[in-house]
Design a protein around this ligand. Structure first.
Ligand SMILES: NC(=O)c1ccc[n+]([C@@H]2O[C@H](COP(=O)([O-])OP(=O)(O)OC[C@H]3O[C@@H](n4cnc5c(N)ncnc54)[C@H](OP(=O)(O)O)[C@@H]3O)[C@@H](O)[C@H]2O)c1
Length: 333
C-alpha cells in the first residue's frame, strides 16, 4: 500500500479559475491488479481545454466531477508493473490524475523515447499541442509560399509551433501576443516577421493592416474575441481562418457577442473552420515523425515554462488565462 497526494476539483470556477477551486488530498493507493502499472508523475501538462471540463456542460469531453481528481496529460515513470509491456524505469505518457503517484491500466499509457527529446517535450511539441499546430495549419490553413499568416496566442504552446511551421513553408508570419518579452522572443528567437503586443497597441486593426500589406491569407486563431475581430476584417480573398481555440472566451460568464462577419466571408470567398486535434488521430504518427525530424534538424525550436512543485498545479493552470507562460506551461513534480 502506498500513500500519494492528489488534487481534486473542489468547486466549479465562475469566471477566472483560482487556487480556491482546487483542493489537495492524501490518498492510499490500492494494490496493483493484473495489467496495471504504478506511475510516479514527473511532468504535468496544464492546458486551456481543461477549463471547459470544469464546466457542467455537455462537450466533446465529459465534465470533471467535483471532489474528484483533475485529469490531464502527464509524463511519468513506471515504479511498479503487473504488465509484461512495462518495466520499472520506463517513461510513459497518458491522461492521468493530478496525483504524485497513480495506478493506471497498462493499455491507457504509451512509452516515450527520451532519446528523441526531453521527456517534457512529449507534453508539448511532440504531444497534443504540437500535433494541433501541425494539422491545423497544414491541413486546414494549407499555406503556400509567400502567403501572410497571422497567429494569435503566438507565444503559447500551439502558437509558437504553428508560426514556425508557417515560416518553414516560406510564409510571412505576423504574431500577436500579450507582453513585450514575448514579442521580443518571437522576433529574435523564432524569427517571426512581425509581432504585435495586443495589450499595448492603441489600434490593433491598424497594426494588423500595417503588418500585412498584402492582407491576411491564413489566420491561425488561438484566442478569439476582439483580437480575432481585428484580424478578420483584414483578410484576403480566399483566406483560411483556422479556429483552433478561443481562450479569451473560456472564462466568460455571459454569452459573448461580436460583429457579424458572415458578409465579409462571402465577399472574400473565405473559409472558416474549427477543428479538434483528435479529428486527425489516424494521422498522428505522420505528425510526430515530421515534428521529430524538424526538431532533430534544428528547424523547429521550442520553449517551455516549467514550474517546480506538484502543489503548484492549480496556480500554473490559472496562469494560462493571464499569459504567465511562454511556450508550453509544465509543472515538474
Ligand atoms: N482545437 C484543438 O484541438 C486544440 C488543441 C490544443 C489547444 N487548443 C486551443 O489552442 C489555444 C492555445 O492553446 P495553447 O496550449 O497553446 O495555450 P497556452 O500555451 O496555454 O497559451 C495560452 C496563452 O493564451 C493567451 N491568452 C490567455 N488569455 C487570453 C485572452 N483573454 N486574450 C488573448 N490571449 C489570451 C496568453 O498569452 P498572452 O500573453 O499572449 O495573452 C496565454 O499565455 C487555446 O485556445 C486552446 O484551447 C485547441
Amino acid at each position: 500500500m502506498m500513500n500519494a497526494q492528489q488534487i481534486v476539483l473542489a468547486n466549479r470556477p465562475e469566471g477566472m479559475p483560482t487556487k480556491e477551486n482546487f483542493r489537495a488530498e492524501s490518498i492510499t493507493l490500492p494494490p496493483l491488479n493484473q495489467e496495471e502499472v504504478l506511475i510516479k508523475g514527473l511532468y504535468f501538462s496544464v492546458d486551456p481545454y481543461m477549463r471547459g471540463r470544469m464546466k457542467d456542460v455537455e462537450s466533446y469531453a465529459p465534465p470533471f466531477p467535483v471532489n474528484e481528481p483533475v485529469y490531464g496529460n502527464v509524463v511519468g515513470e513506471i515504479i511498479d508493473s503487473k504488465s509484461a509491456s512495462f518495466k520499472e524505469g520506463d517513461l510513459v505518457r497518458g491522461i492521468l490524475p493530478w496525483a504524485t503517484e497513480a495506478v493506471a491500466k497498462a493499455q491507457s499509457v504509451v512509452k516515450i523515447d527520451a532519446s528523441i527529446a526531453d521527456p517534457s517535450y512529449f507534453l508539448g511539441i511532440l504531444g497534443m499541442p504540437g500535433l494541433t499546430a501541425f494539422f491545423g495549419l497544414l491541413y486546414i490553413g494549407k499555406p503556400t509560399p509567400g502567403e501572410t499568416v497571422v497567429v494569435s496566442g503566438a507565444a503559447g504552446a500551439v502558437g509558437i509551433i504553428a508560426g514556425q511551421i508557417a515560416k518553414l513553408k516560406d510564409c510571412r508570419v505576423v504574431a500577436i501576443a500579450g507582453s513585450d518579452e514575448k514579442i521580443e522572443m518571437l522576433k529574435e528567437k523564432f524569427h517571426f516577421d512581425e509581432a504585435i503586443n495586443y495589450k499595448t497597441i492603441p489600434d490593433l486593426n491598424k497594426a494588423i493592416k500595417d503588418a500585412c500589406p498584402k492582407k491576411v491569407d491564413i489566420y491561425f486563431d488561438n484566442v478569439g474575441g476582439k483580437i480575432s475581430d481585428a484580424v478578420i476584417v483584414n483578410i484576403n480573398t480566399h483566406a483560411r481562418i483556422v479556429l483552433c481555440g478561443q481562450i479569451s472566451l473560456y472564462n466568460a460568464t455571459e454569452t459573448p457577442v461580436g460583429p457579424r462577419l458572415e458578409p465579409l466571408l462571402v465577399t472574400k470567398s473565405a473559409l472558416m473552420q474549427g477543428f479538434l486535434v483528435g479529428d486527425f488521430k489516424n494521422k498522428f504518427s505522420e505528425g510526430i515523425q515530421q515534428l521529430s525530424q524538424w526538431i532533430k534538424a534544428g528547424a523547429l525550436k521550442y520553449h517551455e515554462t516549467i514550474i517546480d512543485g506538484f502543489d503548484k498545479l492549480p496556480e500554473a493552470f490559472a496562469g494560462l488565462f493571464s499569459g504567465k507562460n511562454i511556450g508550453k506551461m509544465i509543472v515538474k513534480a
